[in-house]
Design a protein around this ligand. Structure first.
Ligand code: ADP
Ligand code: ZN
Length: 620
């Protein structure tokens, strides 16, 4: 069989995506690989397809039990013999799996890194050949990444124990050079083929909102996605619960997920979400790594996360199957302090670091937070900023982000910018750094107690921008932050502003500042209408919902996540092509032979029934 045929027959896809083919070809020739692809790009295919073709079994190392189980379920649904070994299996299941492995019945064996050096596991490797070791989420090897797991360091020891060194493939979505080097070094990759695919996720729409009321903003997003699945990330456990109960009270089907719930509650809530029984999950960042649910239509960050890395990973859980999806960040400057506090008080499992190294990591964390704040303050293309952050060049206007879509007027704002910057400078001369709120109060000439008592009304910049609306003024300050003219001190107790050297040419009149400012009278409703125009898949909504119901029924019966039966993208393809027989069904993206046999008939019936019910009645 060719890789192409495996892709077609088992996964039901007609062509490889960027990077997949090259990585697979190299693996099949016996060479190591390092695949760096963003979430949703299709990393798993890169080792799952070769696993069906290589001599010997493939061992996949994966950090989380939920991730393993999900993939194993999906593979079995596709007719591929896969199994996993982890600490949650009862003894019986554990030994049954070992027996199946020894009998050569398993092509892909998923294992947690802690399992590798156990006697039971090592004894397997003496009995059967291992063709490949695939390391998923390989950035967990690196102390500089955000998810360092010491147990990942055992992988190298494990490789040395094997009678013959297998092909080693490492896969991650984290692209920084330091992490890449760590992976190559710590896994002893041998002249690996390194493939880095573009980081852009074209189907994702990026939006930052600065709402007066986060909950109302969230409801707005939900209204745009009737009946579709979404994740709402909050910073604290308490917030996930509050938001969840408000949503439930408002008639949404929501559940919450955080590390404070019992394992049982967590599993139940997660599975209800995976099976589409609840529409929305409110969660802390404990939720997600390992969530492959492909039909997530929106990810809302109720609070600003700690870094662009974390944000891109969490928001990237939207639109995995390639359908249009939305990533909305609700920004409130208060979140800077909350995140700074979390950085200062973080307990990591990273006890291998010296105090100096730990301080360096903390410093790095503050820099990451600073970049996150800049993102939230942006008024020009969000996608361009994201891609630039991850080291990729892109056009300065993407046309599919909140900023590109906003109706703005571009003005020469050099003079107000100078006033703002010099106000920061003057205040600093008095030995004080102010935050955005106080800065705006001074510039607007507000008569507050703080201003009187601290004598800010005697600054030469007091009241200089009294004619600008508060909203416009805050917006301009944001822009100056996002362009790096102003620094936000995230490490201190208050989020104060200070001048960056980049501000000097502006203050000296050597550089002009253009700003795209929101048109004054753009009503919220007009904005919502424009955003609502987005997800038009051009398919019959009635048929799509009918197929979703069929899928939900099957998922409940089989006790698997709904999207593992078929993804939303696959259902939409069915709506478009309306297959009438098995052959036409096999031409649908995501329908392989095995799933055709298992589910094809039910969906063909549903499509036929829908067509019959909606056929125009013949004229009399
Ligand atoms: P990653 O691990 O990179 O985040 P996955 O491997 O989970 O991404 O793949 C994301 C989605 O894309 C899955 O639903 C997968 O089935 C789908 N996919 C992967 N490769 C292809 C392909 N060649 N054609 C169509 N869909 C694909
Ligand atoms: Zn854009």
């Amino acid at each position: 069989m060719t890789p192409q045929a495996v892709l077609r027959e088992y996964f039901g896809y007609s062509s490889f995506r960027e990077g997949q083919e090259a990585l697979i070809a190299r693996i099949l020739r016996g060479g190591d690989v390092l695949g760096i692809m963003p979430t949703g790009a299709g990393k798993s295919i890169c080792y799952q397809v070769p696993a069906m073709l290589l001599q010997g079994m493939t061992v996949v190392i994966s950090p989380l039990i939920s991730l393993m189980q999900d993939q194993v379920t999906a593979l079995r649904e596709a007719g591929i013999p896969a199994a996993c070994l982890h600490s949650n299996l009862d003894q019986r299941a554990y030994f049954d799996t070992l027996d199946a492995v020894r009998a050569g019945e398993v092509r892909l064996l998923y294992a947690a890194p802690e399992r590798l050096m156990t006697d039971a596991f090592l004894s397997i490797t003496e009995q059967i050949a291992i063709g490949m070791v695939a390391v998923d989420e390989a950035h967990c090897l690196s102390q500089w990444g955000q998810d360092f797991r010491p147990s990942y360091l055992q992988i190298a020891d494990f490789l040395l124990e094997l009678p013959r060194r297998p092909v080693v493939g490492a896969f991650t979505a984290t692209a920084t050079q330091a992490v890449r080097e760590d992976i190559r070094r710590l896994l002893h990759l041998q002249d690996p083929l390194e493939v880095v695919t573009g980081f852009d996720r074209k189907n994702l729409r990026w939006i930052v909102e600065r709402p007066a009321d986060n909950y109302e903003a969230l409801k707005g997003v939900i209204r745009r996605h009737k009946g579709e699945s979404g994740i709402v990330y909050c910073l604290s456990r308490k917030d996930t619960e509050t938001v969840c109960s408000r949503l439930c009270a408002d008639g949404c089907k929501a559940a919450c997920y955080h590390a404070g719930l019992s394992p049982e509650e967590r599993t139940n809530n997660q599975e209800a979400f995976l099976r589409d029984e609840v529409q929305i999950i409110t969660a802390t960042n404990a939720f997600g790594m390992g969530i492959d649910k492909s039909n997530v239509s929106f990810v809302v960050h109720y609070n600003m996360p700690k870094s662009m890395e974390a944000y891109y990973q969490e928001a990237g859980r939207a639109g995995r199957d390639g359908s249009p999806a939305e990533c909305v960040l609700l920004y409130n400057p208060r979140d800077i302090r909350r995140n700074a506090f979390l950085i200062e008080n973080s307990e990591t499992e990273n006890d291998r670091l010296t105090p100096q190294q730990r301080a360096a990591v903390r410093q790095k964390d503050h820099e990451r937070l600073q970049s996150m704040v800049q993102y939230c303050a942006l008024t020009d293309c969000l996608r361009h900023y994201i891609l630039g952050y991850f080291g990729e060049k892109s056009p300065t206007h993407c046309g599919n982000c909140g900023c590109c879509l906003a109706e703005t007027d571009v003005i020469d704002a050099t003079v107000p910018a100078q006033k703002i910057l010099s106000c920061v400078y003057r205040a600093a001369q008095r030995g004080r750094n102010c935050g955005t709120k106080l800065l705006c109060d001074i510039l607007q000439g507000k008569n507050t107690k703080q201003i009187r008592e601290q004598g800010y009304d005697t600054l030469s910049t007091y009241g200089l921008l009294a004619d600008v609306s508060r909203q416009q003024l805050e917006h301009m300050v944001s822009i100056l932050i996002s362009r790096g003219y102003l620094n936000v001190d995230t490490a201190g107790q208050y989020q104060t502003l200070s001048l960056n050297v980049r501000a000097n040419p502006v203050l000296r009149g050597q550089e002009t500042v253009q700003m795209a400012l929101p048109q004054r009278d753009l009503k919220q409703t007009a904005r919502e209408r424009r955003l609502a125009e987005m997800p038009d898949y051009g398919v019959d909504e009635g048929l799509f919902q009918a197929l979703r119901r069929v899928r939900e029924r099957l998922a409940a019966k089989e006790y698997v996540p709904a999207y593992i039966i078929f993804s939303d993208a696959t259902l939409r393809d069915m709506c478009n092509k309306r297959p009438r027989d098995e052959n036409e069904m096999l031409a649908i993206s995501g329908v392989g032979k095995y799933k055709m046999e298992k589910y094809g008939a039910v969906f063909l019936d549903a499509i036929a029934a829908f067509a019959a019910a909606n056929a125009e009645s013949p004229a009399k």
